[in-house]
Design a protein around this ligand. Structure first.
Ligand SMILES: CC(C)(COP(=O)(O)OP(=O)(O)OC[C@H]1O[C@@H](n2cnc3c(N)ncnc32)[C@H](O)[C@@H]1OP(=O)(O)O)[C@@H](O)C(=O)NCCC(=O)NCCS
Length: 195
């Protein structure tokens, strides 16, 4: 069971096999795969998305080991613009990518917050860990802004080669405190009063 989610600008829909065709058109770009795990094949096969969804992602969702959502703009819900995933496991609990035309608009900040809430509040996990290639500034920035702290640094294999990688972590309590602080700051910025 996986829920659809919403953010101010995005709809997050549980992944379906029917999404593969659209995703195949926007995903295989060097700027997108460069900092993804080396398990992503490159050059990317013409049926790469379909086989990954059919043989790996959807069965893992069925088993309750992974949760994948397609991202769509509220203004254009028929078009898939990216994906975000949650994964059980030791230190890679969240992954995301967004198509080139939709990058640098703050959209993944929104999606990452929504699925992090889901990880803690709906799925009930006590801690989230994510690996980030140090050079992947945008991705690292999202975790930094969420209050995730670096707990280890090691080298890992990506599609684009071996890169120094930070393992970042946040607990459920730290996440909730961080969200409360963000709400408080937003109210103060709007000139509201908070005790
Ligand atoms: C990483 C990625 C998902 C970021 O998505 P996005 O929607 O463009 O990110 P946002 O617009 O929400 O930006 C998040 C922050 O990172 C910054 N940022 C985004 N891309 C950046 C870049 N290429 N260089 C420097 N900073 C960047 C933004 O300025 C923003 O910081 P701010 O909130 O302080 O202004 C996107 O670049 C992507 O799909 N990359 C390829 C896949 C990938 O590497 N996934 C992560 C694997 S761990």
């Amino acid at each position: 069971m996986i829920h659809a989610l919403e953010t101010p600008r995005l709809l997050l829909r549980p992944l379906e096999l029917a999404d593969a065709e659209q995703v195949q058109r926007i995903f295989p770009e060097w700027e997108i795969v460069r900092f993804l795990a080396a398990t992503v094949p490159w050059p990317f096969p013409s049926d790469g998305v379909l086989t990954y969804y059919r043989d790996r992602a959807l069965p893992a969702m069925e088993r309750g080991d992974e949760w994948h959502w397609s991202l769509r703009l509220r203004t254009d819900p028929a078009t898939v613009v990216g994906c975000v995933s949650l994964l059980k496991g030791k230190d890679h609990n969240r992954g995301f990518w967004i198509g080139l035309p939709w990058q640098r608009q703050g959209l993944m900040n929104e999606a990452a917050d929504a699925v992090t809430d889901y990880w803690f509040d709906v799925l009930g996990f006590p801690v989230m860990r994510v690996p980030k290639a140090v050079e992947n500034t945008g991705s690292r920035r999202i975790s930094e802004k969420q209050g995730m702290r670096v707990v280890a640094v090691e080298e890992r294999a990506y599609v684009g080669g071996r890169f120094l990688t930070e393992i970042r972590k946040i607990t459920a309590d730290e996440w909730r405190a961080h969200q409360t602080e963000k709400t408080r700051e937003a109210i103060c910025e709007r000139g509201g009063f908070i005790r």
